[in-house]
Design a protein around this ligand. Structure first.
Ligand code: FES
Length: 174
């Protein structure tokens, strides 16, 4: 009977030990700063160049400007959308830039001003410029590469990174 009591006691200690660990784990999880959950996702570990794309004065609402980044072989568009959007910069938070090479097979895409999408003439994939290049239709298997932007005090717009792999590249800088 005393052996049985020892087993019961060791089982009780094991249970209490595990319970304490679970409580401690839950407490630790609840003290994790919420800001980390909202942190900007890390970009690929690629050294991106900083490149001036244009100036805020050059942009008209919903009229894309042709650009290239991070080099001349990677074409894209710079757009002032007119309403604050994901990844938008400038005083209105509405200036964005995307690669215009379709992530499916690299066709150059065109901008549709009526619904603010980039559209592929190859197999008709579509990407929403107001939602960070979210794919909304078609064969592509990733969202559209968005260029990370910064605006300086003089209104110059600089590209400083890319959030997805550009079509046809093993890294975003060759
Ligand atoms: Fe754009 Fe195929 S190349 S959907």
């Amino acid at each position: 009977m005393s052996g049985c009591n020892k087993l019961t006691e060791s089982g009780r200690r094991f249970f209490l030990g595990r319970s304490a660990l679970a409580v401690a784990g839950a407490a630790a999880a609840s003290t994790v700063p919420q800001a980390s959950a909202r942190a900007t996702p890390a970009l690929a570990r690629v050294a991106y160049p900083v490149s001036r794309l244009g100036n805020l004065r050059d942009l008209k609402v919903n009229e894309p400007m042709d650009i290239s980044y991070p080099d001349a072989d990677s074409t894209g568009v710079l757009i002032k959308l007119g309403t604050p959007v994901e990844g938008g910069v400038g005083p209105d938070g509405d200036v964005v830039a995307f690669s215009n090479l379709c992530p499916h097979k690299g066709y150059p895409m065109f901008y549709a001003a009526d619904d603010r999408t980039l559209n592929c003439p190859g197999h008709y994939s579509r990407f929403d410029c107001e939602k960070g290049g979210l794919q909304v239709w078609g064969h592509a298997t990733q969202n559209l590469a968005q260029f990370r932007l910064r605006v300086d005090a003089g209104g110059d717009i600089h590209a400083e990174g890319v959030d997805e792999l550009l079509y046809g590249r093993h890294s975003n800088v060759l």
